[in-house]
Design a protein around this ligand. Structure first.
Ligand code: 3HC
Ligand code: NAI
Length: 697
């Protein structure tokens, strides 16, 4: 194991190379190594300057996040930075890959910075629930001024090298190897007699109205507190001497370190990387994936085709009639022209994708050579079976046959072919070229290399892929159905859909469930209710009024009226008074005396339903790990990232209290509120969902 920081002498330059793969995170060994390296250089006779750079793919990508929440070990990164900055030697950073968080803080404490043009810098700490805690909020404003510093710190965005050069964060750009360009730059600085440039000694910018900035950043955070807290730290850089500002930054950093939001965001960071790592896929070679077919060019098919085209995959899209095919082509072109307008693709790429890479057809024979087909036709088992029967006839041997079904049984679909091992569910979310989630639904007979290919496709399309088992609605829609039902029960009992939407947006959701219903189309739920009508348990409490809304042709946004009324050109609606009339009539008919719900109770019931169903989904093996459920909700359902996901939220709340709630609710309705056995077991054993994540490795 090489030292975390190696020392090399090149003429009168000491070279410190970081060797802490994979991203040269600034863990304890690296921090110690940096201090020792500087001390050694200062004692090394004839050394006039120090070059710091990273081995492998990057400069320092930040503090070691795995150390968060553990007792801090000296030296703190702040001390390391101060030690580097105060060295009498000229200290220079050579940056490649990413200088993020603590990485950029180290770079800003060196006296000059050179970078390769592909490098990126940034202070993404707020995205992890903390703020730059090693001088970043004090040094960056001195280099760039307040506007850029506040933008970079409160958004956490990655800044490309060219922009960083323009902002004064980087002093020079040069193509080449970090060691070579760094050495040449140090030599150039020594030859020209350049002085040490000590950022902490630069004048602080003039004050601005920080309260106004704080308020607007707080609002933008939708409940997330780290970006707004970072504004206060930046304020310290202007209002306090450097050393005092550093102390203030540290205090705020430690405050955030102690929050649930920090735990939620770090959980999200690691889970996002963990979620597609499945032990059974280790060493399994995915099948070739050079072209895909899509059947059905409606909302989903067009979105899936767009996503594939954007990822560079040629697409053959099959529709029922030439008119439908032309409409599908139009939808895809519309999606891609959005990407063109936003500068995501060039005009040439747009033309290439729409004219060369996309083929629309009404003839199944066009699919004979594709590697993978995603079916996105109407949500009816009969239609799906006919389509899969045809695919079985025309697709080449080894082609993967996937369904985008939302709820239907993938085992049954697979059984309608002679090659069930090639059949899988690939459940995209709407709009499919935007939403990051992909549920990879593994059926009984799905071959392992088909699963691997599902994940490979997800990666190619830039999705977060989550393994799911077969059940009605898989992971996400199954849980959604349950907490939607909890909300519907509250409406019957006295809450209004509008109070529920408001309580949940205040909680942090981008939209409440009824506004989401309007967006997705109320006809979808109507169809599902009709499908399940025959199999309902008589103990189930159901509402009739949503059916009445649909019978009147009110499907939500697409018809201009649902729970809300939508004026042309406006996305947000105003409450539709007819809905409350229907609800009140139904309550009267059912003999329900409405009662008041506090916003807190609404959130607790909604979340309890979500977590309890999540635990059942785990118990049945539909999701393997709690983190899989968390990622489904973060990337498919707009769950606030700073809670980490519903299962992480539950851990942070405490599982015993949640189980108590469920048992209390069960006294009113013991059919709906049946505690999950897994939840009861965890509480009995004093364990958390995270313990299950750890046990799964
Ligand atoms: N600490 C510990 N581990 C880290 C890490 C960090 N800062 N950054 C990345 N890793 C790990 C990942 O978990 C992953 O581990 P795995 O292979 O076991 O899953 C591995 O390094 C590779 O990471 P990625 O898969 O993300 O690799 P990419 O090449 O896609 O991305 C990256 C590289 C852009 C550096 C990305 O990893 C990233 O954004 N990292 C986080 C950067 C960050 O937020 N830094 C700020 C930290 S907070 C801080 O510095 C506080 C300070 O102000 C005091
Ligand atoms: P849609 O009604 O917008 O599109 C369906 C398309 O399939 C239509 O254009 C129709 O012409 C075409 N089609 C129907 N039968 C066909 C056949 N035999 N051959 C070729 N084309 C045929 O429906 P949408 O919303 O795109 O849904 C499609 C599938 O995706 C459904 O299974 C649905 O459950 C699923 N899904 C829908 C989501 C949504 O939010 N709309 C989200 C995730 C999955």
């Amino acid at each position: 194991m090489p030292e975390a920081i190696s020392y090399e002498r090149v003429g009168d330059i000491a070279v410190l190379k970081a060797q802490n793969p994979p991203v040269n995170a600034l863990g304890y060994d690296v921090r110690v190594g940096l201090v020792e390296g500087i001390e050694r250089a200062e004692k090394d006779e004839g050394v006039r300057a120090v070059l710091i750079y990273g081995d492998g793919s990057t400069y320092f990508a930040g503090a070691d996040i795995r150390e968060f929440g553990k007792p801090p070990r000296q030296p703190h990164l702040t001390e390391v930075c101060n030690r580097i900055e105060s060295s009498p030697l000229l200290v220079v950073s050579s940056i490649h890959g990413t200088a993020l968080g603590g990485g950029l803080e180290v770079a800003m404490s060196t006296h000059y910075r050179i970078a390769v043009p592909s490098a990126k810098v940034g202070l993404p700490e707020v995205l992890l629930g903390v703020l730059p805690g090693a001088g970043g909020t004090q040094r960056l404003p001195r280099l760039t001024g307040l506007d850029a510093a506040l933008d970079i710190i409160t958004t956490g965005r990655h800044v490309k090298a060219k922009e960083a050069l323009d902002l004064g964060v980087i002093d020079k750009l040069e193509e080449g190897e970090p060691r070579e360009i760094g050495l040449a730059y140090v030599q150039e600085l020594l030859d020209s007699g350049a002085p040490r440039r000590v950022v902490s000694e630069l004048p602080a910018p003039a004050p601005i109205d920080f309260d106004a900035v704080y308020e607007s950043v707080l609002k933008r955070g939708r409940g997330q507190i780290s970006p707004a807290t970072a504004v206060r730290a930046v304020q310290g850089s202007v209002e306090k001497p450097f050393a005092e500002g550093l102390k203030y930054e540290r205090e705020l950093f430690m405050e955030l370190m102690g929050t649930d939001q920090r735990q939620g965001l770090i959980h999200a960071f690691f889970s996002e990387r963990q979620v597609s790592k499945l032990p059974e896929l280790k060493g399994v070679e995915p099948r070739p994936l050079n072209s895909i077919g899509v059947i059905g060019g409606g909302t989903m098919g067009a979105g899936i085709a767009t996503s594939a085209l954007l990822a560079g995959l040629p697409v053959v899209l099959l529709e029922m009639t030439p008119e439908a095919a032309a409409a599908a082509q139009g939808r895809i072109e519309g999606n891609l022209s959005g990407a063109l307008k936003r500068g995501k693709i060039s005009q040439a790429k747009f033309e290439d994708m729409t004219q060369k890479a996309l083929t629309v057809s009404t003839d199944y024979a066009a699919l004979s050579d594709v590697d993978l087909v995603v079916e996105a036709v109407f949500e009816e088992m009969g239609v799906k079976k006919t389509v899969f029967g045809k695919l079985d006839e025309v697709c080449k041997k080894g082609a993967i046959l996937a369904s985008n079904t939302s709820y239907l049984d993938v085992d049954e679909i697979a059984a309608s072919t002679s090659r069930p091992e090639d059949v899988i569910g690939l459940h995209f979310f709407s709009p499919a070229h935007v939403m990051k989630l992909l549920e990879v639904v593994v059926a009984d007979k799905t071959a392992i290399d088909v699963v691997a290919t599902g994940f490979a496709l997800g990666k190619k399309l830039g999705k977060i892929s989550v393994r799911a088992g077969v059940c009605d609605g898989f992971i996400g829609n199954r849980i959604l159905k349950t907490y939607r039902t909890a909300a519907d029960h509250m409406v019957l009992d006295g809450a209004s859909p509008y109070q529920i939407d408001k309580a949940l947006t205040d909680f942090g959701f981008a939209m409440g469930p009824y506004a989401v219903g309007d967006l997705a189309g109320l006809d979808i739920g109507w169809a599902t209710r009709k499908r399940l009508a025959g199999s309902r348990d008589p103990r189930e409490r159901i509402s009739i009024y949503p059916d009445k809304m649909c019978e009147a042709g009110n499907f939500g946004q697409k018809t201009g009226k649902g729970y809300y009324i939508y004026e042309a050109g406006k996305r947000a609606g105003v409450p539709n008074p007819e809905v409350m009339e229907l609800i009140e009539a139904e309550r009267a008919e059912k003999g329900i005396t409405p009662r008041a719900f506090s916003d807190e109770e609404i959130v607790r019931r909604y979340m309890a339903a979500m977590v309890n169903e999540g635990a059942k989904v785990l118990e049945e093996g539909i999701a393997r790990r709690p983190l899989d459920i968390d990622m489904v909700f973060l990337f498919g359902y707009g769950f606030p990232r700073y809670y980490g996901g519903p299962m992480k939220w539950a851990d942070l709340q405490g599982l015993p209290g949640l189980l108590e709630d469920i048992k209390t609710y069960a006294k009113e309705d013991d059919f709906f509120w049946q505690p999950a056995k897994l939840l009861e077991d965890l509480v009995a054993e004093g364990k958390t969902f995270d313990d299950l994540n750890q046990a799964a490795g």
